[in-house]
Design a protein around this ligand. Structure first.
Ligand SMILES: Cc1cc2nc3c(=O)[nH]c(=O)nc-3n(C[C@H](O)[C@H](O)[C@H](O)COP(=O)(O)OP(=O)(O)OC[C@H]3O[C@@H](n4cnc5c(N)ncnc54)[C@H](O)[C@@H]3O)c2cc1C
Length: 313
């Protein structure tokens, strides 16, 4: 939708864009994918719904952009619910377990009670194994050496072969599919239709594109976001990146640290790590480990206000 194209031409362009994306399988991980099945609405649908509350006004694209950015900044969310997307996805069970926690979507999943389990398991390459994160108990740290990873990859392949063999032996001996599947690993792929409105999709993407999310589900979220949502909803996507994904939220405590840093005598930027510790929130001072302090430091480092700890004097 551009200001120079007629409504009829933009409708044709839009239909062609949706058609070019429908059923196109974007690969994720070693054997997964996401594909758009259908899409209802566009940036204009968000604007149209919002104008019911804000009045007609002018209809230039620049106004649409400003309106969408305003809605996103101020969490006026219902206009984003006017657009809907339906996907078909192929995801390993461990990722799917996290995915399915997002309750605001409609789901229909491949049934391994009715059908044979998909004969594909997500495999990890020698150099794909990650160490346990030192600070975040849920996350990953640095990659492990590929020489060590080779051992894990070999063992994984053996397990995949063994578990599939046991599964098929059970089926061959007449065990019910719903019971035979119980020892298949979490790396087994599943497929599902997944339909969600744009507001809740952005919520999913914000959580699952975040560096705190597991790398594997992050790959899916990034693919949905960059390959499908970005071209279909360019104005919404731009606002989403600006105000959600790449925004930095400063808490009251963070603001106090910044004010104390700014008020320190003769201070230049970036402040040293010692200055940061001197300016920290009083409630953090006696704590040997404090996640909130670490998060504040990360934010101030990213803004160039404090030197990274390793380069601090
Ligand atoms: C990095 C990360 C780590 C996580 N770790 C864990 C973990 O250790 N253990 C664990 O169990 N989960 C974990 N989760 C899952 C997380 O707690 C949420 O369940 C998941 O992200 C879905 O988010 P949601 O409920 O906001 O989304 P949705 O289910 O899509 O809901 C969207 C929004 O709708 C509203 N909503 C939906 N249902 C209800 C309801 N019944 N009542 C009230 N409001 C509702 C809420 O505002 C909600 O934010 C983790 C998630 C992430 C991203």
């Amino acid at each position: 939708m551009t200001s120079s194209t007629s409504p009829a031409a933009s409708t044709v362009d839009r239909a062609a864009l949706v058609e070019s994306l429908r059923w196109r399988k974007f690969p994720v991980l070693d054997d997964g994918f996401v594909a758009l099945v259908d899409c209802m609405g566009d940036d204009g649908a968000v604007v149209q719904a919002a104008r019911v509350s804000y009045g007609e006004g002018t209809r230039r694209v620049s106004d649409d952009r400003q309106l969408i950015r305003y809605l996103m900044r101020h969490a006026h969310t219902t206009p984003f619910e006017m657009a809907e997307l339906k996907f078909v996805v192929r995801v390993p069970m461990d990722c799917w377990r996290q995915w399915i926690r997002h309750r605001t979507a409609s789901v229909n999943e491949y049934s391994t009670r009715y059908s044979l389990a998909i004969d594909a398991m997500q495999a990890t390459a020698d150099d794909g194994w990650r160490s346990q994160a030192a600070t975040n108990r849920q996350g990953s740290g640095a990659p492990l050496p590929a020489a060590d990873g080779h051992r894990f990859t070999q063992a994984e392949q053996d397990l995949h072969v063994l578990s599939r063999r046991i599964y098929e032996e059970r089926l061959g001996a007449g065990v019910a599919r719903e019971q035979a599947r119980k020892d298949l690993p979490l790396s087994t792929y599943t497929e599902a239709y997944w339909k969600i409105d744009l507001h809740n999709l952005l919520h999913f993407l914000a959580l699952r594109m975040d560096p705190h999310a597991q790398l594997e589900i992050r790959r899916y979220a990034e693919t949905i976001g960059r390959e499908i949502v970005a071209p279909l909803f360019p104005l919404v996507w731009e606002a989403f990146l600006d105000y959600r994904v790449e925004a930095v939220r400063l808490t009251r405590l963070d603001q106090g640290v910044i004010r104390r840093l700014a008020a320190r005598g003769g201070g230049r930027l970036p402040a040293s790590h010692a200055d940061f510790l001197a300016a920290q929130d009083p409630s953090w001072r006696d704590l040997a480990r404090c996640r909130e302090r670490d998060e504040c430091l990360d934010k101030l480092v990213s803004l160039g206000l404090v030197a990274p700890p390793e380069t601090a004097p």
